[in-house]
Every structure is written in C-alpha cells, then in structure tokens.
Ligand binder design. Structure first.
Ligand code: SF4
Ligand code: SF4
Length: 424
C-alpha cells in the first residue's frame, strides 16, 4: 500500500509544481485550505480552494482523513523528514500530549473561524462563484519565510515532537477534518485475532495506540488517523483492515473520543512515546506566550510562529535536555519575548497615536520600533515622516520619507508626502 501512497504524493506534487509554473492558473486560483475561511466564510465566494475543501470534507465522511495521509504537502514533507532521520539512524519518539487536540482547534478557531465569521456577520455576505481568484500566492509567505516554515514544521518538529508533529500539534485543517473523520464509514477495524504485539502502534506515524484502540473499540477511534495503512501493512496476523461498516449499525460513543489517559499505558507501548501529559499546562502556556509574541513579525505566519514556539517550549520543559542547555534556551527565549512584545506594543501604540493625531507619541513609539525591528515596512516610516512634518521637523520628515521611498517608490502615500513636504 505504501508504494501507492508515495505515488499519490509524487503525482500531487507534480500537479502542484505545474500549477505554480502557470498550468491552469487562468481557471484555478489558490488551492489553499484557508480559502474556505478567507473566501467562503468571510464573503461567500466559492473558488477552487473552497471546492477542494468541500471535496476533502465530504470524502472524509466516507473514507476518513485520506487527504492528510495521501495528498497534503505538509504530510509529505514530514514523511520525507522521517525517511532522512531514519537514514541517519535517528528515530524520534512521538510526544503524547493533550495539546494535540487543543492546539490545532485553538488555531482553527482563533485565526480562521472567529475573525472571518465576525466579518461575515457585520458585512454583506453573498454567494458568488469565481474559481480563478485569488492567485496562488495570495496567502502564501515569501520565499525565505516559506522555506523556514517547511524547515521548522516539516523537519525540526518531526525531530522533536515525532513523525507527524505538525499534523498532530498544529494543523488547523486536521482539526477541521476531525469531525467528519469521527463519522467516517471506512475505518481501520479489527477483523481477526490480535496477538497484542504492538507493531501497529509502533508503526503509526500519528502516534495512535492502534493496538489499544482496536482491542477496546474494535476500530481506530482516534480522529487523527490519516489512513496511511502503515498499521494494516505491518500487522503479522492480519488482525486489522481498512473496512466499511454501515453507519446505521456503527457503535458511536462520544466517550470513545476522550480516552486520553487510558491509552499509552502498556509497557510495550510506553517505549514508543514520550508521555508529556504532566507538562501539558506549561507546554500550552509557554507555546501561547512565545507564539503570540513572535507571530507576524518578519512576515511569519501562524504555522511558523507557533511551530517555533512549540519546539522551544518542549525543549524548555524536557528533563532529558541538559539543564545548562535549557537555561541558555530560557534566557534567549526571555530576551526574545521581551523584544518581540516591546516591538509589537510600540507599533500598536504608534499607529493608535497617529490615528489620534498625537504626533509626539507617534514619534516616540514608531522611532523605537523602527530602530529595533529591522524590517522594511514602509507604512511605519510614512507615519513617522508625517508625524515629524506635523510637528514642524522637516529634516526628519524628509529623512523618513526617503526611507519609505526606498522601500516602495510607487506607493501613493510616499508621493503624497513628497508633495506635502516640497510645498512647505
Ligand atoms: S500489529 Fe496486529 S497483531 Fe500486533 S497489536 Fe497490532 S493488530 Fe494486534
Ligand atoms: S491508525 Fe493506522 S492508518 Fe491510521 S494513521 Fe495510524 S498507522 Fe496510519
């Protein structure tokens, strides 16, 4: 089965590269999962991305989370990372934590559902169909941030948190597909005698205690299952199979999905997992603080910011990491958080002050943020230049207009500022 999965990844990625190269762009725009939220939920537009998500949702109701295990590029890069680590004789252990449920759900709600729903409720929401917009780069980061995102969420996270660390701890699309996955009619089911050897659990890239689940529920109930078939492929007694059950005869118990501590307990299975549940509150808290502190800086998206945050937090709390190393990480992290918070606070206050025409405060805050945050964001320099102009300091107004001009010579606000200053 695995060769078909690899083939699926290869074909999907060839199509992605063809699309990026321009193939079909006049008909098909961005195929990003977030189109469902930014386009459909927000303004009612059905585009190619939205159609893809609808297909993923409804096929998951039947076949389970195939999209995650057979098509997703983040899934593929984590698999590649795993193969590379295996070649290097490194086998990361999967981290068992309650955050695999909470974190992706939080990201989904906080960044994608709530703000777009709020917008929809306060604006004119109208269904329309436009398949070729937005263009494929609309919500994607630049090359450097994109590469860093793949490195952190595709490679580093696998090394520290386990084979599918990103899918389990961060992916909001996975969280979105959990509900249809719970109802899927095709599942991994127990069909024969199980010797409880634990191979299926060991093979599961998602870190599901397959052996426990099939022996207690006769099926895999964990909604993180991506139907990769690694468990069925490796079972020595063919005790498990990807099989259909009539949904009317299926035994759905809500409690099955909250098995938490009951699983991962057998001594055979313990060796495959790092049980981090005792640290869950701290892991969550630290990850939130670091994630929110750095999110958006240097154009970092949520996936990258919270990926970095999780990896740092995990290492800070992991007693197997040398104490001295943890102290150094803690000190650097503390400085990083202070710096990031001070930058974000200054930007926010500076913009607020500018909007209230409080130009001395604008200068105080934006002068600070632009000096300690080396990033070419023209609008901060425009505000700064205008604030200087308004208090009569033409020299500084000229200086910051020039910086804004260098960043974006075509920007309308820069041209308006130049005219304003020259008319003085
Ligand atoms: S690999 Fe097969 S026999 Fe071994 S625990 Fe899993 S289902 Fe049972
Ligand atoms: S339970 Fe089986 S099919 Fe599901 S993710 Fe784990 S190994 Fe793959």
């Amino acid at each position: 089965m695995q060769k078909y999965r690899v083939l699926s990844f290869v074909i999907i990625h060839l199509l992605i590269f063809l699309h990026i190269a321009g193939f079909g762009q006049e008909l098909i725009g961005s195929l990003d999962f977030q189109e469902l939220f930014h386009s459909f939920l927000r303004i009612g537009t059905i585009n190619a991305g939205v159609i893809m998500v609808f297909i993923a949702f409804f096929t998951t109701l039947i076949f389970g989370r195939f999209f995650c295990g057979w098509a997703c590029h983040f899934g593929a890069i984590q698999e590649l990372s795993w193969v590379i680590l295996q070649k290097l004789n490194i086998t990361p252990r999967t981290v068992n934590s309650r955050l695999v449920v909470l974190f992706p759900l939080f990201i989904l709600l906080h960044f994608y559902i709530i703000p777009n729903l709020d917008y929809a409720l306060n604006h004119n929401w109208k269904i329309s169909i436009v398949t070729n917009t937005p263009d494929i780069w609309a919500f994607l980061p630049g090359f450097t941030i994109g590469l860093l995102t793949f490195f952190v969420d595709g490679f580093l996270i696998v090394y520290f948190l386990g084979r599918k660390g990103f899918c389990r701890f961060l992916c909001p699309w996975g969280a979105f597909l959990k509900l249809p996955s719970a109802l899927a009619v095709y599942k991994i089911r127990k069909v024969g005698n199980c010797s409880q050897c634990g191979t299926c659990t060991q093979n599961c890239p998602i870190g599901i205690d397959v052996s426990f689940e099939i022996n207690n529920f006769n099926k895999v109930v964990n909604t993180n299952c991506t139907n990769c078939m690694l468990c069925t492929d490796g079972c020595p007694t063919s005790a498990i199979k990807y099989a259909f059950t009539n949904p009317l005869k299926e035994d759905y118990q809500l409690s099955d999905f909250f098995i938490g501590d009951k699983t991962y307990k057998s001594s055979v299975i313990k060796q495959f997992f790092i049980n981090f549940r005792v640290n869950d509150i701290w892991l969550g808290l630290l990850s939130f603080i670091i994630g929110f502190a750095i999110d958006g800086l240097f154009g970092m998206g949520h996936f990258l910011s919270f990926g970095i945050a999780l990896i740092i937090s995990f290492n800070l709390l992991n007693v197997h990491v040398n104490k001295q190393v943890r102290r150094i990480i803690a000190s650097i992290t503390f400085i990083l958080i202070c710096w990031a918070v001070s930058v974000k606070y200054s930007i926010k206050e500076g913009i607020n002050a500018y909007q209230k025409k409080n130009y001395h405060s604008t200068i105080k805050y934006l002068q600070y943020s632009t000096s300690v945050y080396p990033n070419n964001i023209g609008k901060y320099f425009i505000y700064l230049a205008d604030a200087y102009f308004e208090i009569g300091d033409v020299e500084n107004a000229k200086k910051y207009t020039e910086i804004a001009f260098k960043i974006n010579p075509q920007h309308q606000s820069v041209k308006q500022l130049q005219i304003k200053i020259s008319n003085k």
